[in-house]
Design a binder for this molecule. Structure first.
Ligand SMILES: [Zn+2]
Length: 252
């Protein structure tokens, strides 16, 4: 997969795609000496266990210096975390402009931009509230070819925040494209999504807003809305298209 097509994948940073070729876990260790007499699966286990060991020690040292982080996280929770399967709670409209909700929103935007993804939901930063953020910056758009942009209906989108969003399908036809999620890091699959939807809710100032999204923006909205109900793209994907985005690197 080229970086051009990856640029339009949901929530997946281009950086992880670009670096993917050198990030295969099993290629980090010199396996040539052992692979001739050990099954490949065993060499993988060896390298994985070494990796875990090193990480645990680093974690141990880190925790000695500072306590574990608490939500909203500056990282994205990974599949398996119960928060990603919970039904997020509505935000009290009176609390939208309060410091706690504002802190969550600011943190979401920061994480979304740091990871160069185009949408994020509050549960992904460990907060089970019905808040989502979307943004498709110009720089990201320029990473994709005009043909990809047209086929997928990709366009620049300013930052939008929706609190307690409601979704209405405006065009019930579905379209299939490859999609990914920062919470299922390293994987991707084809997912059917409606062509056009309307999302309404409150913005970050507590004002009622409504937006009709089509093309790729509609896909982002549907993906993020699902997160608020504990649904991940793997629940909707065509499972035959599910891939490890680094699969080619494993053969190199
Ligand atoms: Zn996601």
């Amino acid at each position: 997969m080229t970086s051009k097509t990856s640029a339009s994948l949901l929530q997946l940073s281009w950086r992880s795609f670009r670096l993917s070729a050198s990030r295969a876990p099993c290629s980090r260790f010199p396996t040539t000496a052992v692979s001739s007499h050990l099954p490949h699966s065993l060499t993988c286990k060896r390298s994985i266990s070494s990796h875990v060991k090193v990480r645990s020690y680093l974690q141990y040292m880190k925790r000695k210096v500072r306590p574990p982080p608490s939500p909203p996280y500056t990282h994205v929770c990974q599949v398996g975390d119960p928060v990603l399967r919970s039904h997020a709670a509505p935000v009290d409209p009176a609390a939208v402009t309060g410091p706690e909700v504002q802190h969550v929103i600011k943190n979401m935007v920061k994480v979304m931009r740091k990871l160069e993804c185009v949408g994020l939901s509050a549960p992904q930063v460990g907060v089970p509230l019905r808040i989502l953020a979307l943004e498709y910056p110009k720089e990201m758009l320029e990473e994709s070819s005009p043909a990809v942009r047209e086929a997928r209906g990709i366009s620049v989108q300013p930052l939008r925040i929706f609190i307690n969003p409601q979704l209405r399908v405006m065009d019930g036809r579905t379209v299939q494209f490859q999609e990914a999620c920062e919470s299922i890091s390293g994987f991707s699959a084809t997912v059917p999504r409606y062509l056009s939807v309307e999302v309404s809710g409150l913005n970050e100032s507590g004002e009622a807003v409504s937006w009709q999204a089509s093309g790729w923006a509609a896909r982002i909205v549907q993906h993020e809305m699902d997160h608020l109900d504990g649904i991940l793209y793997i629940d909707r994907m065509d499972s035959q298209t599910f891939i490890n985005i680094n699969w080619q690197a494993y053969n190199e």
